[in-house]
Design a protein around this ligand. Structure first.
Ligand code: ST9
Ligand code: ZN
Ligand code: ZN
Length: 335
């Protein structure tokens, strides 16, 4: 397929990254600087509390909460998950598709519910992660080990190299969106309402749940669960799995992570072709709920200019840098 063509479904095939900055790591893999960083005790205490509360919430989820509360927590997990996958990740960090304002409003609400900081800050760190992958300028540099890339990076001050190199990042597209500017400006008010207060009040008010069950299940357990699923993309999917597209990088195809992360575990593909809105070679029926969500909105025109990669380019890349496992993935049949 010729470069930059649009197929019958309105999907744009590009030969180059939407944001060229993110196409390839600029710096080759280097020895991680493991020198001690300054601990951030506020975060250490908050995350310790969250995880203990979430364990208790998991117990209540199984043995005490009303079924409506469990279903509600699951729905919140999917909504906040989409706020990260379809919103912060595929739309705002990677610009892999465009969205009309009503969809951007839905996504920013979902994103606030997820409490992973404002979408602008999330996208800033994520652009660094792709541009300087596995170096000191990568916020969750996986060469520093599983713990650091999972949660440790949120417990210490960032590496000076990240702050220095980060100055050169272009975020003008993000600041141009008034919806994102609004979220960032009022984040400290919007986030507690969306992530903690409403999820606690709604079960009590609408189906007579106890305050304890509502708070520990729909707020604490659900929030900690989705955080850990997200972090697994940085830790597990940078460590375990096949590398059908590029064997020279750490990100890997990790099915288990994909199941929980709404289709975001095909991480070898994603780091090789970061501008593909599917974050995987094929999407629809292949453990990729987020792709289905975007496709649904593409049908009504709220999502458009979906970018992907032609089969020819993928095949050439597989032959050139793959680890030989591509055929094992059964990617042969289009879905
Ligand atoms: C959370 C985020 O959990 C998780 C993100 C995971 C990403 C996953 C990606 C995987 C792919 C997608 C898959 C999704 C799957 C989802 C599945 C769903 C089912 N560039 O940050 P500060 C500069 S959040 C440029 O304070 P410190 C800048 O000047 C959890 N410059 O650094 C900045 O000032 P300003 C809840 C940068 O002081 C200044 O440095 N949130 C960059 O070292 C200071 O920045 C929390 O727990 C950059 N990238 O503190 C809070 N970064 O901002 C966590 C910084 O004014 N964060 N600068 O421009 C913190 O508390 C702090 O950031 C810190 C570092 C302690 C970690
Ligand atoms: Zn990654
Ligand atoms: Zn990405």
């Amino acid at each position: 397929m010729a470069p930059n063509t649009v197929d019958a479904n309105g999907v744009l095939f590009e030969t180059d990254a939407a944001t060229p900055d993110m196409a390839l790591p600029i710096t080759p893999v280097q020895q991680a600087d493991n020198s001690p960083r300054k601990f951030v005790w506020r975060n250490i205490i908050a995350f310790a509390y969250l995880h203990i509360a979430a364990l208790y919430g998991g117990y209540l989820f199984l043995f005490s909460a009303k079924w409506q509360t469990d279903v509600f927590a699951y729905i919140l997990y999917v909504m906040s998950g989409l706020g990260i996958t379809a919103g912060a990740h595929r739309l705002w960090a990677h610009k892999s598709y465009k969205a009309k304002w009503p969809l951007r409003v839905i996504l920013v609400i979902f994103n606030t519910l997820a409490f992973q900081d404002s979408a602008i800050d999330w996208a800033r760190d994520h652009r660094m992660h792709h541009k300087y992958s596995e170096t000191d300028a990568d916020p969750h540099n996986a060469t520093r080990g599983f713990f650091f890339s999972h949660i440790g990076w949120l417990l210490v001050r960032k590496h000076p190299e990240l702050k220095r190199k980060g100055q050169g990042l272009d975020l003008s597209d993000l600041y141009a969106d008034p919806i994102l500017r609004f979220q960032k400006k009022y984040y400290l008010y919007l986030m507690p309402i969306a992530c903690f207060i409403l999820p606690t009040v709604i079960p009590v008010y609408y189906w007579g749940e106890t305050w304890m069950n509502a708070y520990f299940v729909a707020a604490m357990f659900r929030y900690a669960f989705i955080l850990n699923v997200t972090w697994l993309v940085n830790s597990a999917a940078h460590k375990w799995g096949d590398k059908p597209y590029d064997k020279n990088i750490q990100p890997s195809e990790n099915i288990s992570v994909s199941v929980f992360a709404l289709g975001e575990g095909f991480h070898n593909y994603h780091h090789t072709f970061p501008w593909d809105y599917k974050t995987a070679e094929l999407g629809n029926n292949r453990l990729n709920f987020t792709t289905n969500f975007i496709n649904l909105f593409a049908k009504i025109g709220w999502a458009y200019d979906l970018k992907t990669v032609s089969e020819e380019i993928i095949q050439n890349r597989v032959k050139r840098t793959g680890d030989g496992t591509h055929h094992l993935w059964g990617w042969g049949d289009k879905d």
